[in-house]
Design a protein around this ligand. Structure first.
Ligand code: FPP
Length: 260
């Protein structure tokens, strides 16, 4: 399959642009359960099924990277029973899904403060990463105990260590160097960000990496996610012109109209 160029809308008659990397905030599990008068944990279990829908969709469409926000740095502050239910769900999902993901060519990785999880989960995460490390069909990253501010701080800390050790001149630090120390530095930045659940905010997700990402929001709650909703996001993405701070004429390679 040719590498898609997600930078600008496809010319008429051409295949629509497909994002190389999609990042998702999976919001609305709790409300989905509450509307059914069920405990929030039931919503999270339904949310785990929607994760499979999303992975299937990316595999079918040839999307190379998918990053899912599963648990934020702030989510540790939720009621103890909800955090416990989520940990159990993550553990079960890893036990249940990794072999199948491996069989389908999915590379699984985790970003975030892993040392905050219990040893069983940490061990399963490492095992999933080792089992799937050579897969190339889909790069699946699960952001767990992750915060965008934490990510930038850990990148800054790593540069500061190099400066303190005399390995790095502070004047050499630029955006590219900091960008090489944040999570996902080995992937292209997300082309498309999707958030379900009706809220229109980034909520401390990939703050650095989303600088030029196209944002797409839907009122659908995460457990309601289906291929049609994801396709709407892709269609909208395909119709957008990405300018990266340039003019429309520059992006299209047209002569620039100058003002008088
Ligand atoms: C946000 O919905 C969702 C979460 C904090 C958890 C996300 C977890 C899953 C989708 C389940 C399993 C994931 C994996 C990777 C196996 P919310 O609870 O904040 O919903 P609300 O806004 O309606 O309360």
């Amino acid at each position: 399959m040719p590498t898609p160029d997600p930078s600008s809308p496809a010319p008429a008659g051409a295949e629509p642009r497909i994002p190389c990397h999609v990042a998702v905030i999976m919001d609305g599990n709790g409300r989905w359960a509450e509307r059914r008068r069920r405990p929030r944990a039931v919503g999270h279990r339904a949310g785990a099924r929607a994760v499979n829908t999303c992975i299937d969709f990316c595999l079918e469409r040839g999307i190379g990277a998918l990053t899912l926000f599963a648990f934020s740095s702030e989510n540790w502050g939720r009621p103890e029973d909800e955090v416990g239910a989520l940990m159990k769900l993550f553990l079960n999902a890893l036990d249940r899904e990794v072999e199948e993901l491996h069989r389908r060519g999915v590379r699984v990785r985790f970003i975030g403060q892993r040392d905050r999880f219990g040893p069983a989960l940490v061990q399963r995460m490492a095992a999933a990463e080792t089992t799937t490390r050579d897969n190339t069909r889909l790069n699946l990253t699960i952001a767990a105990s992750y915060g965008g501010q934490w990510d930038i701080a850990q990148a800054a800390r790593s540069l500061a260590r190099d400066v303190a050790a005399g390995r790095l001149d502070p004047d050499a630090i630029d955006e590219a160097m900091l960008g090489s120390r944040v999570c996902l530095a080995d992937l292209p930045p997300p082309d498309l960000f999707i958030r379900t659940g009706g809220e229109q905010r980034i909520s401390n997700f990939l703050l650095w990496q989303l600088a030029y990402t196209e944002l797409w929001f839907t009122d659908a709650l995460w457990p309601e996610l289906d291929a049609a909703t994801l396709q709407r996001a892709l269609d909208d993405f395909a119709s957008r012109e990405r300018r990266y701070g340039l003019t429309g004429a520059q992006v299209a390679g047209r002569p620039q109209e100058t003002s008088e």
